[in-house]
Design a protein. Structure first.
Lengths: 311, 311
């Protein structure tokens, strides 16, 4: 009997994911039947992304797991009909893409690249020698798979990196602080702050005016995590006051960011269109297939979401 | 008797270097007397940079070494009066600064950052997902201290890195090729090429039209090495033809680059004002002091220039 896999990630993703998933199932030796529509009571696994067709999980009575295609699960984890195990995506290519985005924008702000990119005006500004990385403290908020990998890549370039997480974590090469009572200490004097936290009730508006004030004057904010982690009004005030020199934002409360949103026009904000880390079909498909193999073998799932924590 | 050190690097550098050099001598336990002017026949060591006062080294009859403050020695190595040992500067902070510049600009071109920095126009271009680094071959021309360090930093970010040097070298994590007959193989299909070669008769105009043609179409050139390594006319033709998508240049045949030079106005050239790697006074002073200590102890000098090779 084949393993029934319903692809409930929406018709737009089906053309990108169908062939990689079938290839990964075959590679893993799984006899899987996959379709976009299936009788709910026959489904063994659901491959999920917001924008798909399922809103009520209760008819999926024999479903062993819901396998989310993205790292963020805030749009599904609160669904009261979801009683099945839920797994997040931790895609190695997604992690690599995120490390590249974060390292690229940290170096861009560290080196002051915008000055040169925007002002090719014939003036030889030789006095603009940036400090070296070991003189530029960076703080990463969030030490999950993405935050830890980004922190270590920056530490390898000699940036002094502080990592902060809600619950205690140790990441080699980073100064690690944890708990809400240590958040301001983690931000103290930071010249570059990167947000890579999951979105929960507790992390909403986490970077607010009081905490921004702890950062170094003229510092930089990079948010490739989730839009609502930042109090947008407080950020704009800090940008206008020079407390924050520049913000590079990849995620927003509303996406696509509306064309008339003040972030687009602000001279010290760079909007990028949620590209910091996209799940890559081939490597994500292998993670999905591995979790189905584990489910069939009675092994624990990878990247299982803790429903109480919300990620 | 004190060790006599003449600071012959020009009056502009004296205020930056005097205190760090005196501190480094003291740290190293050297009884050194340093001044900008000294009777040539009394001088034990010369701290040198172009723009200083010495053009004739022959009266410096007891001088044990000329210690250059910069990595490049092309403006002194051909001086026929120089018979004393000549040492280049290999400054750890200079190497770090170069790694940061090269990694920053490689990631900038890899991620297509300019698009976002230059076009904050309200258009949500979500389709612009860059490839990941492991799909982006990079070639480093030159595997000295700077080229090797840059290549390894890029390899740590998963870029497939080919390193090319005139004479055979092995650098862990890089595919290493050597010799003029392997130069075109090293450039074949490269999407980003970084020039970090010393300037010699053999490396002048090294990146010419024929070799540019071996790179991938739409590739990037980054030159933080020496201006004349590139045939400027061939580069502009390749930029206009789209063979090279963008060139980021930090060094030029004439510096400062004249305001009317076509590089400034070219839409696909970024000029930076020779800032990729500046010697930092504190760490450079320690290298100078260490070489004087070695000279006094009869130990071999660090970073001794091979006069025949020219670097």
């Amino acid at each position: 009997m084949p393993i029934n896999v319903q692809f409930a990630a929406g018709p737009k993703l089906w053309p990108d994911y169908e062939a990689p998933l079938r290839a990964a199932f075959a590679e893993m030796g799984l006899n899987a039947a996959m379709a976009e529509e299936m009788a709910p009571e026959t489904v063994d696994y659901i491959v999920f992304a917001p924008g798909g067709t399922i809103t009520d999980f209760s008819p999926y009575t024999r479903c062993k797991a819901v396998l989310n295609l993205w790292a963020g699960v805030e749009r599904i984890v609160t669904n009261p009909t979801l009683t099945q195990p839920l797994c997040r995506m931790v895609d190695p290519a997604l992690t690599e893409g995120m490390v590249e985005y974060v390292t690229g924008h940290v170096l861009r702000h560290h080196l002051g690249l915008d000055r040169h990119i925007l002002h090719q005006d014939g003036v030889w500004r030789h006095h603009l020698i940036p400090p070296i990385a070991r003189e530029r403290p960076v703080t990463i908020l969030g030490l999950g798979a993405l935050g830890a990998a980004c922190g270590q890549a920056l530490a390898a370039l000699n940036f002094p990196v502080t990592g902060w997480s809600r619950t205690p974590k140790e990441v080699a090469g980073l100064r690690c602080l944890s708990g809400m009572d240590r958040l301001e200490a983690a931000l103290e004097g930071a010249q570059i702050v990167v947000l890579l936290l999951p979105l929960t009730a507790e992390t909403t508006d986490l970077l607010n005016a009081r905490r921004i004030a702890r950062m170094a004057r003229g510092s930089f904010v990079i948010n490739p995590g989730r839009g609502p982690l930042i109090d947008d009004g407080a950020l704009i005030e800090a940008l206008d006051a020079g407390q924050i020199a520049h913000a590079t934002l990849d995620v927003f409360r509303t996406e696509p960011l509306p064309p008339d949103h003040p972030f687009w026009a602000h001279p010290h904000v760079t909007v990028t269109p949620h590209i910091a880390a996209d799940t890559r079909a081939a490597s994500a498909a292998r993670v999905v297939a591995e979790n189905i193999r584990r489910g069939e073998a009675g092994e624990p799932f990878l990247h299982l979401v803790d429903r109480a924590r919300g990620y």
